[in-house]
Design a binder for this molecule. Structure first.
Ligand code: BV8
Length: 229
């Protein structure tokens, strides 16, 4: 078995489930009778901005009441201790990886604590509601702020950096994701093509389970510490 130096870890909503943050596609995965695919799009924002802003205001408020769980803590320990290359790529917009202490982290779908001014293109930390159309602190114009979150049909962040490390990975671990959303769902194939070993840690087989060398099923709060420690 060749040595493992470079690790890429992909996380999805399942890693935050035991912190009390709803996943997207479990148990209905609905919000007020809307699927995330129907709300998290530029078209939905253009069609009904209040619906979309309310969706994100409620999620931002909910996330701030949650805490990292044993899976986030174990990944932060690994990040601190691992001497080789390591990158956690999260699809999640919550900040639980950061609050657990993870440093080598990319939010490919953006972050719920950031806003983006569609007027002056400034991105900024944002913890308050957006529904009341606050003025952008940078350009002063009201009503142009949106969540700095990657919606369907929009390009995820830092894809070049992600593929650069993915193509050097010796080990790719996917944690708590259904493998329903691209390009994240394709990372396991990229990793395999580069010769990496692949491991899936998830409550149940994901849509891409058959691409993994090994899959362990159960709660991330149990599987991830067992794998890390
Ligand atoms: C892009 C931000 C191109 C919003 C999100 C047809 C085929 C292939 C692709 C496409 C296609 N049609 C359209 C596309 C592209 C599209 C896509 O993939 N659509 C899907 C629906 C088919 N993708 C895009 O649009 C992406 N952009 O392709 O751009 C481009 C190119 C050039 C120029 C411009 C553009 C952008 C996708 C990003 C969308 N934004 N999030 C928000 O968060 O509010 S996606 C959303 O889904 C979240 O980020 C979420 O993280 C992500 C994936 O979901 P999961 O994290 O996996 O969550 P899910 O609920 O699905 O699963 C949870 C899993 O955890 C389950 O398996 C469950 O069993 C497990 N679990 C539960 N509890 C636990 C657990 N596991 C362990 N322990 C537990 N306790």
């Amino acid at each position: 078995m060749p040595p493992i130096n470079n690790i890429v870890i992909l996380t999805g909503a399942g890693v935050s489930a035991e912190s009390g943050i709803d996943t997207f596609r479990d148990g209905g995965g609905l919000w007020e009778q809307h699927r995330v695919e129907d709300v998290a799009t530029p078209e939905a924002f253009a069609r009904d901005p209040n619906l979309v802003l309310r969706f994100y205001d409620m999620r931002r408020e909910a996330i701030q009441t949650k805490a990292p769980n044993a899976a986030h803590d174990a990944l932060a320990r690994l990040d601190a201790a691992w001497q080789g290359e390591l990158l956690i790529v999260t699809q999640n917009v919550d900040d639980l990886h950061e609050r657990a202490g993870a440093k080598r982290l990319i939010h490919m779908h953006g972050e719920h604590l950031n806003a983006w001014c569609t007027g002056c293109d400034t991105r900024m930390p944002w913890t308050g509601p957006l529904l009341d159309r606050p003025a952008c602190p940078a350009c002063g114009v009201a009503g142009l702020l949106r969540p700095d979150i990657v919606w369907f049909g929009e390009m995820p962040y830092r894809m070049e950096d992600i593929y650069h490390i993915l193509n050097r990975a010796d080990l790719f671990v996917s944690i708590g994701t259904s493998g329903a959303v691209y390009p994240a769902a394709g990372f396991v194939r990229e990793a395999r093509a580069s010769g990496a070993r692949t491991l899936e840690l998830n409550m149940e087989p994901s849509q891409g389970s058959h691409w993994f060398d090994e899959a362990r099923h159960g709660p991330a709060g149990v599987l991830v510490p067992a794998w890390v420690d």
